[in-house]
Design a protein around this ligand. Structure first.
Ligand SMILES: [Zn+2]
Length: 313
């Protein structure tokens, strides 16, 4: 059973099996004159990443770069543990995210408060990253992959500690969670939906749109989503985020007005109904809720948080 699948020239995706879900969270390995790994998922995925390296005949000493798109635990939670097995890798992270991985106590506290008893099963251990291995991925800075470069870009919207990584060799971008989440299980059933990822607590719709407009201006051949994998051409993802964002914002206002004491629950109901209607209009009548539930709930929390705090920005 192969773990690493080639999805563009010398670019491989590894399914992290995040939370036991197939094709939920992707880890990328780029194998050129230089070798890079982009995102790690949680520490639970680290054995799979090491197995994928073996499969691709990449020695652990040969990995040059470990890069995270942002410091949410489903992207960076395993970085500290993985780095212990990659003695020569330099670690790249957004300047606003670095301190949370060097000292992960805040990430750990907030995950414990959200996930309680499940914390150990989902995330443990979260290993601190030694400061001397960290390089800040400044906007418009470059690293060499051999004949061509990777370029880092500051792309807020989903989070303020979010970078995207442009691959010159293939005119592609690793976009993390900035231009939505897709659902391969639904795509395979004929329903190709991409939902904006508006999770707490730094979601900003204007910044998200600016980041998407930036991707669009580069006329990329394809993008690689954190959840999940390749969108080629990328236009569909941009269109979907632009379709759903005004609906999400409008429903948030409605939920806060109708249920000021429990706006997240109300918003979740409203969004489920909107998505179910959209699915039906697009001819999809299969199971929907189980596939989108966790995203819709977390996105609802982020939307309500955005409305509650946007006056402070
Ligand atoms: Zn994510």
């Amino acid at each position: 059973m192969t773990i690493a699948t080639e999805i563009a020239q010398n670019i491989y995706v590894v399914d992290a099996l995040d939370g036991g879900i197939v094709e939920r969270t992707g880890i990328y390995i780029v194998k050129r004159a230089k070798i890079a790994i982009i995102d790690t998922c949680t520490s639970k995925a680290v054995p799979r990443i090491l197995e994928a390296l073996d499969e691709l005949n990449i020695a652990r000493e040969a990995v040059d770069y470990l890069i995270v798109t942002h410091v949410h635990l489903d992207h960076a939670g395993g970085a500290g543990l993985l780095l212990q097995s990659l003695p020569n890798a330099t670690f790249y992270v957004h300047p606003k995210g670095a301190r949370h991985l060097i000292d992960p106590s805040r990430l750990i506290d907030s995950a414990r408060s959200v996930y309680g008893e499940q914390f150990n099963d989902l995330f443990d251990p979260i290993v601190p990253i030694p400061q001397e291995r960290v390089v800040l991925a400044e906007h418009d800075s470059r690293i060499s992959m051999g004949d061509a470069d990777f370029v880092f870009y500051d792309t807020p919207g989903h989070a303020r500690h979010h970078i995207s990584i442009y691959d010159e060799a293939t005119n592609s971008m690793f976009v993390g969670d900035t231009t939505g989440v897709n659902f391969p299980v639904l795509t395979k059933a004929g329903y190709d939906i991409v939902l904006p990822s508006t999770s707490p607590n730094q979601y900003n719709p204007d910044e998200m749109e600016a980041s998407i407009a930036f991707y669009e201006s580069l006329a990329l051949d394809r993008i690689f989503l954190g959840h999940y994998s390749k969108v080629e051409p990328p236009t569909h993802a941009y269109e979907q985020v632009r379709y759903w964002t005004p609906i999400f914002l409008q429903r948030t206002e409605q939920a806060i007005a109708e249920a000021p004491d429990a706006p997240v629950d109300r918003l979740t109901e409203l969004l489920f109904a909107d998505i179910a209607e959209h699915a039906a209009q697009n001819g999809y009548t299969g199971e929907l809720k189980q596939h989108i539930a966790s995203d819709v709930i977390v996105s609802s929390q982020g939307l309500v948080h955005y409305f509650a705090t946007r006056g402070d920005r």
